[in-house]
Design a protein around this ligand. Structure first.
Ligand SMILES: Nc1nc2c(ncn2[C@@H]2O[C@H](COP(=O)(O)OP(=O)(O)O)[C@@H](O)[C@H]2O)c(=O)[nH]1
Ligand SMILES: [Mg+2]
Length: 226
């Protein structure tokens, strides 16, 4: 029996998510809706080293706050379904804006693989990205790709496989919010960690940050689970 694994594709709108999805899954795809809403949900699959890998294309988002339905769908999928790997499609020609989402995926403690897409555009603009240094800073493997030309697809599939097979050790990266905020984050994180139910459901540091942001959707989740 083949073992099934689930990977989710995350990324800003127009980062090349659909192109990567097509490269990975070929014709093995189907389209439905996210439960309860009329937002399109695309799923597909491919095989690798005896795994059946289910690929879920998350809605394109700039962030994982709770300001739009798309953001809530993407974030709840990651929290509730806990995909084995999240592939973050990053537009290399718009690195600064795209890394905002990457940081949030890191805070959600996902097993992250960054697909650094649009390398052709980045090059034509004269950008030189130090991929190894960036990977070190993010604590996640990075695969440069040009999805529209299918370049890097094989390498991306291999890197996803490496993470699935536990061949990649994550050095947890942490965005530092400054001493004053960190003090409050630590205090809340400590309290959350003592609550088994909450800390099994959410990464404690992430939850602490969301509580400080007074994220209404997260507050409601906590009220519901109390
Ligand atoms: N030049 C270039 N164009 C790309 C690349 N990847 C995707 N595209 C194009 O960028 C546009 C947006 O891609 P799409 O996959 O629809 O993005 P999505 O909104 O994230 O699903 C399409 O016209 C793609 O053909 C790439 O690596 N280089
Ligand atoms: Mg798309």
């Amino acid at each position: 029996m083949e073992q099934t694994k689930t990977i989710a594709l995350a990324g800003n709108p127009n980062s090349g998510k659909t192109t990567v999805f097509n490269n990975l899954t070929g014709s093995h795809q189907y389209v439905g809706n996210w439960p309860g809403v009329t937002v399109e949900k695309k799923e597909g699959s491919y095989h690798y080293h005896g795994y059946n890998i289910k690929v879920v294309d998350l809605p394109g988002v700039y962030s994982l706050t709770a300001y739009s339905l798309d953001e809530v769908i993407a974030r709840n999928f990651i929290i509730d379904k806990k995909p084995d790997v999240v592939v973050d499609i990053v537009d290399a020609s718009n690195l600064e804006r795209n890394l905002y989402l990457t940081i949030q995926l890191i805070e959600l403690e996902t097993n992250l693989v960054v697909a650094l897409n649009m390398m052709d555009v980045a090059k034509s603009r004269g950008y030189r990205i130090e991929v190894n240094r960036l990977a070190e800073l993010l604590g996640a493997p990075i695969v440069p790709i040009v999805a529209s030309r299918k370049e890097g697809t094989k390498e991306l599939i291999e890197e996803i496989g490496n993470v699935l097979e536990g061949k990649v050790t994550f050095k947890k990266a942490k965005l530092y919010y400054g001493s004053e905020l960190e003090e409050h984050i630590a205090e809340l994180e400590g309290l959350i960690s003592q609550d088994e139910k909450l800390s099994n459901q959410f990464p404690p540091r992430w939850l602490a940050i969301k509580l400080l942001e007074e994220d209404e959707e997260v507050l409601q989740k906590i009220r519901d689970s109390a």
